[in-house]
Every structure is written in structure tokens, then in C-alpha cells.
Design a protein around this ligand. Structure first.
Ligand code: C5P
Length: 272
């Protein structure tokens, strides 16, 4: 049996770092959404594990047991032939490997295989990527609550082609204990209202990531016409939110023309 699975990119619309655990992991409060661009996976049950990686971002992706998709299948006790069509840049703050691992777990479940260990052992972002609905993510990424009522939104994702190692960004963060979002999220009536509320929230990793890769500040400047521009995760990908598909298309075309080497993708924010 062959299963096709889409692994949508994850976008942290907010990312508040609220504490540090004794094991070195940080506590987060993050509003996470998914978009309609991502990697594509094909899973075929087999006697032996195998992994083929293709697509525009296949370069440098391991094809052995060190790859998260391989580890995800093994965690479910599933042997499979996996084809991974990589469209998302790596180490980019938009899920990537975690989204791929979560997609394999979804596929394994369809075949009757279930995780036999906590899936956070694959990475703190894997649990949130199991569902493509908007979620509020807390703990180290393991406490999840669906968030409803988001307005229709379009995004432009921009990555300048530099990888930012997540541990380095967390270590460069000066204050580990910052305020969370309000306990109760407001009811947003319009995209404007939503983006204006987002503007009062933060990604606490943005400043330390810019310290490591100053080009991230340039990326944010290119999104000047967005209703809200921010970095996702630990970077370097930044997103701009726009109230219409047309507005996001105009912005994406402009940024592409000025920055031919960058990864720029228009996307619709998924509502679940
Ligand atoms: O869990 P994952 O492998 O994705 O995390 C990569 C690194 O990011 C961890 O080793 C840790 O340094 C940092 N991290 C953290 N707190 C989190 C998630 C990740 O400190 N909640």
C-alpha cells in the first residue's frame, strides 16, 4: 500500500520564551499555524527501510537512519520505503524535518502503526506538526491547544539561504524568562484586528537570531508592506502576512525580483 502525505511548513506567528528547564530546554508560548507549501512524502510498507530524497532542497539531506523521517518510522515499528520530495529549506525555522517526521507518523497511523515512545524524542516541534490546524503550543512544544477563529490570511515566506542552528539561537537569548501571551486569546473579527494584536506579541528569538545572522534584519525590511512581518521559529525564515492573495503575490514578485538567490514562497494560511 502506497500513501502520499503532505508535510506543510510550520509558521510561529508568535514565539514567547517563558522559562528554562533544568535539562536545558526552553519553555515556550507560541501561536503556530501551517501553510499550503511544504514537502511531499510517499510511504510504501516494505521488509526493509529505505529513503530516497529528491526535489529542490534535497542537497545535504541524509538518506540513512539519522534522518528524522527514518527515525519516525522506526519509532512506530514500521519498515517502509520512503520518498521525500524536499521543497522546504533546511534549518529554516519552518518545521522542515519535524514536519516530515510528523507526516511519517500520520502515514504510519494509517497503516496501523503507532508511536512506541514519546514523539518529543524526535524533536520538540514534532507534536505540533501532527495536525495542520492553528494551535497554541506551550511547554517545550508538547502542550497543544487548537486555536479557532483566525481570519483568512496569506503569507509570503522569505529565507535568505542561511541556516541558523537552533541551539545557538536559544543560547544567545539573553532573558530566558519573558511574559507569555494573555491566558485568553481575543476574538479577532478581521485580518487587521488579528495582525494588530500579533504586532503586540513577539518572537523572542528574533533578536538573538539577527545577532548571529544580521541578514535576517534585511529580510524583515523587504516585508515592509506586510500587515505583520516577523521571523518564524529560530529563523532564518521570516514571514509577512497579507489580507489577500493578490497582495501577497505582488509582494512576493517584488522580493523575488530584488533577491534572486533567496527562497520566496507565497502561501495560504491553513485554518485546519
Ligand atoms: O527538539 P529539537 O531537536 O528540535 O531542538 C533543537 C535544539 O533547540 C535543542 O537541542 C535545544 O537546544 C533547543 N530547544 C530548546 N527548547 C525548546 C526546543 C528546542 O532549548 N523548547
Amino acid at each position: 500500500m502506497k500513501i502520499e502525505i503532505f508535510a506543510p511548513a510550520k509558521v510561529n506567528l508568535t514565539l514567547h520564551v517563558t522559562g528554562l528547564r533544568e535539562d536545558g530546554y526552553h519553555l515556550l508560548d507560541s501561536l503556530v499555524v501551517f501553510v499550503d507549501v511544504g514537502d511531499q512524502l510517499r510511504l510504501t510498507q516494505s521488509d526493509q527501510m529505505s529513503l530516497d530524497v529528491m526535489g529542490p532542497y534535497a542537497d545535504g539531506v541524509p538518506t540513512d537512519a539519522s534522518n528524522l523521517v527514518w527515525r519516525a518510522a522506526a519509532l512506530c515499528g514500521l519498515a517502509a520505503g520512503i520518498v521525500l520530495d524536499k521543497h522546504l529549506p533546511n534549518a529554516a525555522g519552518i518545521g522542515g524535518g519535524s514536519a516530515d517526521a510528523a507526516a511519517i507518523i500520520r502515514g504510519a497511523k494509517q497503516l496501523g502503526y503507532h508511536p512506541q515512545k514519546p514523539i518529543t524524542s524526535l524533536g520538540a516541534d514534532v507534536p505540533v506538526c501532527l495536525s495542520s490546524e492553528p494551535q497554541r503550543m506551550a511547554g517545550i512544544g508538547d502542550r497543544l491547544k487548537p486555536v479557532g477563529g483566525l481570519p483568512d490570511l496569506w503569507a509570503v515566506l522569505v529565507n535568505p539561504g542561511v541556516g541558523v542552528p537552533t541551539p545557538a539561537v536559544f543560547s544567545a537569548l539573553k532573558s530566558k524568562s519573558n511574559t507569555p501571551m494573555a491566558d485568553a486569546l481575543p476574538l479577532w473579527k478581521t485580518a487587521n484586528e488579528f495582525c494588530s494584536w500579533l504586532g503586540d506579541q513577539r518572537n523572542d528569538l528574533e533578536a538573538p537570531a539577527i545577532g548571529i545572522q544580521p541578514i535576517i534584519a534585511d529580510v524583515l525590511h523587504t516585508l515592509f508592506d506586510a500587515s505583520l512581518a516577523r521571523m518564524s521559529g529560530s529563523g532564518a525564515t521570516c514571514f509577512g502576512l497579507y489580507p489577500s492573495r493578490q497582495a501577497s503575490a505582488v509582494a512576493a514578485a517584488r522580493i523575488k525580483a530584488n533577491n534572486p538567490g533567496w527562497w520566496i514562497s507565497e502561501a495560504r494560511v491553513l485554518k485546519g
